[in-house]
Design a protein around this ligand. Structure first.
Ligand SMILES: Nc1ncnc2c1ncn2[C@@H]1O[C@H](COP(=O)(O)OP(=O)(O)OP(=O)(O)O)[C@@H](O)[C@H]1O
Ligand SMILES: [Mg+2]
Length: 249
């Protein structure tokens, strides 16, 4: 069996007296489609913050692509292949979707393009950005300012920027949050088009979306993993229904 591309072992974290991550272990294989679900306040985002390096666990280890990154800063983790979805506020909203993607490509390649010299990207950067835009179904609107796009399309730009980093692992914290239900199909459709080898950890409250996307689900409640398994098993798990599904679906 190949080594997991992301492996959390016995993570533990608290805010003051409140334990928010309680002995959490989780591993993602290459190409995983894994969903992390749980009620509000379960500790999902806190866990993501530990994986990306915004927060430091008190105990436990995080391995990314075979490297112990537990104590590495965020940018080193990015370079090792970790991407998370950006929030709209991180986008240059007066620039076009295409420019945002191309900037991310250039950044990954260490080719600091300044914002003022952006007229005309090097052709290989432009080609990569176009490929990604096409994959995310943004080709038609790529030339429009991000601020002029519908929210759903802005979310696709966020996914495209994460993809521009050529990640091995993508962490998507509520990519459909705040969108009307009618836009969820568009997000699911985009998730379906992520490259097959990228391991994806999806955090989402929309259960139809989760169950259509995930091949494996981990359920977190009060900082603890209370269940893990194939979607059918999770759907039928009594404790999960009580802790979560029963209250939301
Ligand atoms: N910076 C912080 N300081 C103190 N407590 C915090 C901080 N960030 C989060 N918490 C608490 O940690 C717990 C876990 O929060 P977290 O945001 O990880 O939950 P979540 O599972 O992502 O919830 P949601 O589904 O609502 O996004 C909550 O009780 C929250 O109030
Ligand atoms: Mg959260």
């Amino acid at each position: 069996m190949t080594e997991p591309v992301l492996e959390l072992s016995n993570l533990h974290m608290s805010f003051g007296g409140l334990v928010v991550t309680n002995d959490v272990s989780l591993s993602l294989a290459i190409g995983a489609r894994h969903a992390l679900i749980g009620p509000n306040g379960a500790g999902k985002t806190t866990l993501v913050d530990q994986i990306t390096g915004r927060l430091r666990p008190l105990r436990g280890t995080i391995r990314l692509a075979g490297v112990d990154v537990t104590r590495l800063p965020q940018h080193r983790r990015t370079r090792l292949g970790l991407a998370r979805n950006f929030q709209v506020t991180n986008l240059f909203s007066s620039f076009s979707a295409f420019e945002n993607i191309a900037l991310a490509v250039a950044e990954r390649e260490g080719r600091g393009l300044s914002l003022t010299s952006m007229r005309g990207f090097p052709s290989d950067v432009a080609d990569q950005a176009e490929d990604i835009a096409r994959r995310m179904h943004l080709a038609e609107v790529g030339h429009r300012r991000v601020s002029d796009l519908a929210y759903g399309q802005q979310r696709l730009v966020e996914l495209a920027i994460a993809l521009a980093l050529r990640p091995k692992v993508m962490i998507l914290d509520e990519p459909a949050a705040g969108l009307p239900a009618g836009d969820h199909a568009m997000i699911l459709d985009a998730l379906d088009r992520l490259p097959i080898h990228v391991a994806v950890l999806l955090i989402e409250h929309d259960m139809p979306l989760v169950f259509r996307f995930a091949r494996e689900i981990t359920v977190l409640a009060e900082g603890m993993v209370i269940a893990r398994g194939a979607p059918e098993a999770i759907r039928g798990d009594e404790r999960v229904r009580t802790a979560y599904l029963g209250t939301r679906s």
